[in-house]
Design a binder for this molecule. Structure first.
Ligand code: SF4
Length: 350
């Protein structure tokens, strides 16, 4: 049976219209689902019994619940959700005092093979449905203390979002719908490893909008190919051209994520090349010092090198922020999601 959480507002409105229902019913249902976050159709008390029955016959509202949630010392929560077919995904809640950011997965595993990423080691198992993407935010709300809000969403968990393009667009439609969660698109970021046709399509897509982030991590074709095999198919040159042509709004910049790997991507020569590479794009850089993990061959850059690298970019007019390490002790940092059960010492249950 189809999940009600898979339905975008236009899809639901169309389904209801075919049943002879008034259009405002779709607004009411979205409100129940995403504002009041009810667990069952029977709780939607302003719908007639007849409509409740019809919904229950056509859709399920069943959502897989997190089975294992862990909290790091900095408050970051990582939770694992077993899906209906037995596969598992991980989601991370980044806590920032008065507001929270949820890092969403879009696939089980990932087929992109980035060498600095643990998810890549799983390979691609399957795409998530829009409902499975949306349910991660509902589950995150269930884990947060009452009254705490989720303000930002980042599509940076397991998977390459643009490899699951249509379903990701549908999830964005649900998140930004004014009747649903009503997130501003400016508070949502979709991060891609660089699928050029989808970047172009996303720039034109009238159905949904979000900030765009590119996982860059290399400043020459050869350097990027070595750590991101996708570069063989989608060259760095063409990727940067697509970004330069991207129809960003006033004040909107594309975020280029750049993982600093000791001795691989962290030299001053790399910083210099990065400034040159992005000179014509509306760009800002987010530097990510590598989070070492036993399953991966790279080492973290020294703090001095990180500082030097960032200063070079800033001194040459390229906005550059530093991602502070989050979720240490629970492997919740960027590139560490692998949906594997493992021994966790420095954690406490949520
Ligand atoms: S970094 Fe992102 S795109 Fe690359 S393998 Fe990991 S999940 Fe996939």
């Amino acid at each position: 049976m189809q999940s009600l959480l898979d339905q975008t507002y236009p899809q639901l409105a169309e389904t209801l219209a075919k049943e002879g229902e008034k259009s405002f019913r779709a607004s009411q249902i979205f409100n129940w689902l995403y504002q009041k976050r009810v667990a069952g159709v029977e709780e939607m008390s302003n719908l007639s019994q007849g409509l409740q029955n019809k919904l229950s016959q056509s859709f399920t509202l069943k959502r897989e619940k997190p089975q294992k949630a862990q909290q790091a010392k900095d408050g970051t929560i990582k939770f694992l959700t077993p899906l209906a077919d037995g596969l598992q995904i991980e989601t991370v809640i980044l806590r920032h005092g008065d507001h929270n950011t949820v890092c969403l997965s879009t696939q089980v595993g990932c087929g992109m093979g980035c060498r600095f990423c643990l998810t890549a080691k799983m390979g691609l198992k399957r795409d998530l449905t829009p409902g499975e993407i949306v349910a991660q935010v509902l589950n995150a709300y269930d884990l947060l203390p009452p009254g705490e809000k989720i303000r930002n969403l980042v599509y940076m968990g397991m998977g390459e979002p643009f490899h699951n393009y249509e379903r990701v667009i549908h999830s964005l439609m649900i998140f930004t719908d004014p009747q649903g969660f009503a997130f501003s698109w400016r508070r949502i970021t979709v991060s891609t490893s660089g699928l050029i046709p989808e970047i172009i399509q996303f720039g034109k897509d009238q159905r949904a909008k979000a900030n765009l982030a590119i996982s860059l991590n290399g400043v020459t074709e050869e350097a990027r190919q070595q750590i991101m095999p996708i570069t063989k198919k989608h060259s760095l040159t063409k990727l940067i051209q697509a970004c330069e042509a991207y129809p960003a709004e006033k004040r909107e910049r594309i975020t280029f994520e750049y993982v600093l790997l000791q001795g691989v991507t962290d030299s001053l020569r790399d910083a210099k090349a990065l400034v040159k590479l992005l000179s014509r794009a509306k760009a800002k850089v987010n530097l990510i010092p590598f989070n070492p993990h036993s399953g991966l061959e790279f080492a973290a850059p020294t703090p001095a090198r990180v500082k030097e690298f960032q200063e070079y970019l800033l001194n040459h007019g390229l906005p550059a922020t530093l991602r502070s390490p989050r979720g240490q002790g629970i492997s919740a940092a960027c590139g560490q999601l692998a949906a594997q059960r493992k021994k966790e010492n420095e954690t406490e249950a949520v």
